[in-house]
Design a protein. Structure first.
Length: 396
């Protein structure tokens, strides 16, 4: 049913549905126009997001509450006054007591924390404001670059993504962090380099004057690295090696608290993180060109942040591979969301067995914004253990 132009405005705040807090209007648009109607129906958000859900008959305007008009009739004599047939309350109807508190607005609904910026494995990416999207391509990418960081020492984080055959889904093969003149690189196979030295002693190590620490979990299968960014922020890197696969993920923790306290240490950062302050609306991913993209347009947004030596981007990786501009553009994956035919074919194979397997493996995330990411991971890899990753089980 169409909505009048006077009511045509999406909510811009975040609210809670099924214990998950999000801007659900942005969420509905994440997978592109073909999925919007289904997502609006799934979350029942048509009244909150009439523009996104396509209920508006005109351009969105600020909703107003019309004043009463003459078309609202005043009460007339046809409305009977109360009569003796309406019994008065008696002693058998107890009045409310102090033991039955009236509901108040002071009890807020539970909210989920906003995810920190970072990237996970295959690869799911989070912006400075905690918005998630996926980009599948093979090249060297600028996750973020912050020239003015810490009195112009600069902070640069690059990712090297590689295809996993035969499906050609991307994974983060390595990442490199540069502060000042120091570079720390980590590979998903467990190798690392400090200023080009392999497996260097990290005792008392630092990037610039930012402390770098290393630890290993009890099982010996996970390596942890932490880079102190000061202001109660840190880059926390996790490498996990198993018989099935190697994985690399990281988060930049303390960012939202820094922002809330008025901090500006990262305010000049740009990259796959988008800008520190996102543009309003669904197109909050800002490319190097200045163009803005929605999450479902990540196949076009990602290559904007390919490492480009002709633009004086630094070379942070030890191994020299031609995956940078101007030598070579990013290789596109057939799994990119701008062409859903490949995914549809995969989901329908074996009479839908792949899709059912993915749905069952990720069933614990039903109603959670991470369900789509989990479903995609299991569908394209055929590996149900992806659903057991810490970021899907809440163990992080």
């Amino acid at each position: 049913m169409a909505t009048s132009s006077a009511q045509c405005a999406d909510r811009t705040d975040k609210w809670t549905i099924a214990k998950k807090t999000n801007n659900w209007c942005k969420w509905a648009a994440k997978l592109g126009p073909s999925e919007i109607a289904n997502r609006c129906e799934t979350k029942k958000i048509e009244n909150d997001c009439p523009v996104t859900c396509g209920l508006c008959t005109d351009m969105p305007t600020i909703a107003v509450t019309p004043a009463p008009t003459a078309s609202t009739p005043a009460p007339t004599a046809s409305t009977p006054a109360p009569t003796a047939s309406t019994p008065a309350p008696t002693a058998s109807t107890p009045a409310p007591t102090a033991s039955t508190p009236a509901p108040t607005a002071s009890t807020p609904a539970p909210t989920a924390p906003t995810p920190p910026p970072g990237a996970r494995d295959d690869p799911h990416l989070w912006t400075w404001e905690g918005e998630m999207y996926d980009y599948h391509g093979q090249c060297d990418l600028i996750y973020t670059t912050c020239p003015k960081f810490d009195h112009n020492q600069g902070l640069h984080i690059h990712l090297r993504t590689e295809f996993v055959e035969p499906m050609k889904w991307s994974t983060i093969a390595s990442m490199a962090v540069k502060i000042g003149e120091d570079i720390f690189e980590v590979e998903n196979n467990g190798a690392y380099f400090l200023n080009r030295a392999a497996l260097a002693d990290l005792t008392d190590a630092s990037l610039g004057d930012h402390k770098l620490t290393q630890s290993v979990d009890k099982s010996g299968t996970r390596d942890y690295y932490s880079i102190d960014l000061k202001n109660n922020m840190s880059i926390d890197i996790k490498v996990r090696n198993s018989a099935k696969r190697d994985s690399l993920s990281f988060t930049i923790n303390g960012v939202h608290e820094h922002r809330a306290s008025g901090g500006t240490a990262l305010s000049d950062c740009v990259g796959l993180t988008s800008t520190w302050e996102h543009p309003v609306g669904s197109r909050f991913l800002v490319g190097r060109s200045g163009n803005a993209y929605a999450p479902h347009e990540a196949a076009d947004f990602g290559p904007e942040w390919q490492v480009d030596f002709s633009k004086n981007d630094p070379n942070l990786f030890m191994e020299k591979i031609a995956r940078q501009l101007p030598q070579k553009r990013c290789d596109d994956s057939p799994l990119q969301s701008k062409d859903r035919r490949h995914l549809k074919k995969l989901a329908e194979a074996d009479n839908g067995a792949n899709a059912r397997q993915a749905e069952e493996a990720c069933n614990h995330l039903r109603g959670n914004d991470l369900f789509d990411s989990c479903y995609f991971d299991v569908l394209v890899t055929g590996d149900v253990t992806f659903a057991e990753e810490p970021w899907y089980t809440g163990e992080e």
